[in-house]
Write a protein that binds this ligand. Structure first.
Ligand code: SAH
Length: 352
């Protein structure tokens, strides 16, 4: 019999699991509390659980990690990149991004091993998709980082924000991602507010609509990266399936359903999508949509020829958007030196 991974269950499912085994539901609450509030994985350390039940749990279930920490790389700015080894030998990466002056402690996590989307500027695309992550493996990245960063007391500093901007396309693994969101958001568990959870997508239209219908208050980020179909299709193959008009329709649907502002991500690539006329085209495209644009100067990926624009063309692009009334910011660069920045995560172990 395969043991049940308790971290793949929401609190509701955990209660059901206990009840089916003939135990009262409050045992589930206690276990949930141990896992998410105290960072305890070992049943023997769960003092308020009777010994007999602990023994039975050892036989039928586990909470110990699905991820083994293989390597941590520290950047000077406080960013840490974690390389985890999964049980089947695959590797994934997650990144810790502390902003102590704002009391914000973010983690950027992966949703898949590799990625099927094949964007032309992204390191994760190399090697394609290996498999989806389970809910337990998604949640474990947050728990694992929390354990690593905790000082004297577990949970301090506490992770405040979670962004699905690591490896993979979260909307291509929607069910597992949504359950992980439910667990991380649970007020009796990790208790991360919905508005502090961001899901970033390359633009899977049916899934954006599905998410909209759920009415969750999380932040939707859409990777746009080009102001027209011709260029976007070149950079992102998914655009051939869901062109910009359909994508923006879905985004407007999302905004109407949730009342939430959407973020657009726009990587700036030197002499590819950073010309002033492209800034104007982008501003016209987004006119009237409740949104914010995140400009991300390209993070170099060894194998690709694309380059980061010079600072003055980044400024010029930003100013054109602002002049035309489009809210935008240039994303602060973090962790580039340790290849932990957007688009630099990969599941193939770096040699050297
Ligand atoms: N698949 C999702 C989430 C992962 S990527 C998505 O596409 O949104 C997170 C962000 O990093 C995306 O906006 C992605 O386009 C961006 N990104 C990818 N490669 C990059 C690179 N080389 N430099 C900067 N940002 C990059």
């Amino acid at each position: 019999m395969k043991k049940q991974d308790l971290k793949s269950l929401s609190r509701k499912e955990l209660k059901k699991w206990f009840q089916e085994k003939g135990y009262p539901a409050y045992r589930a609450e206690q276990i949930f509390n141990w896992i998410y509030r105290n960072g305890v994985e070992d049943f023997t350390a769960m003092k308020n659980i009777p010994a007999e039940l602990r023994r039975e749990l050892e036989e039928k279930a586990y909470v110990n990690s699905n991820l083994a920490l293989e390597e941590a790389r520290y950047a000077g700015d406080g960013t840490v990149k974690y390389l985890w080894k999964l049980e089947d030998g695959h590797f994934i990466e997650s990144v810790y991004l502390p902003y102590p002056e704002e009391k914000r402690y973010s983690v950027c996590i992966s949703s898949q091993v590799g990625c099927p989307m094949n964007c032309s500027f992204c390191a994760t695309a190399r090697g394609g998709l290996e498999r989806n992550l389970t809910t337990g493996e998604i949640v474990d990245q947050v728990l694992g980082i929390q354990r690593e960063i905790s000082g004297e007391e577990y949970g301090l500093p506490g992770i405040t924000n979670v962004v699905f901007m690591g490896m993979g396309e979260p909307l291509a693994n929607l069910a597992a991602v949504l359950k992980a969101v439910e667990i991380l958001n649970d007020e009796k568990g990790f208790n991360i507010g919905m508005r502090r959870i961001t899901i970033s997508t390359c633009g899977l239209v049916p899934e954006i609509r599905k998410l909209a219908d759920m009415g969750l208050q999380l932040v939707l980020a859409v990777s746009l990266h080009a102001p027209n179909n011709q260029l976007r299709s070149k950079l992102m193959p998914i655009n051939k399936k869901y062109p910009i008009e359909e994508l923006l329709d879905a985004v407007e649907y999302y905004i109407n359903k949730t009342g939430r502002r959407v973020s657009f991500e726009y990587i700036l690539i030197d002499k590819v999508n950073d010309f002033p006329e492209q800034a104007r085209e982008l501003a016209d495209l987004l006119q009237g949509i409740l949104c914010h644009v995140n400009l991300i100067p390209l993070n170099p990926v060894r194998e690709f020829a694309y380059e980061r624009p010079a600072d003055d063309s980044i400024d010029r692009f930003r100013e054109i958007l602002l002049d035309k009334g489009i809210e935008c910011t240039v994303r602060q660069e973090r962790g580039t030196g340790i290849e932990a920045a957007c688009g630099q995560l990969r599941h193939l172990r770096n040699k050297g």
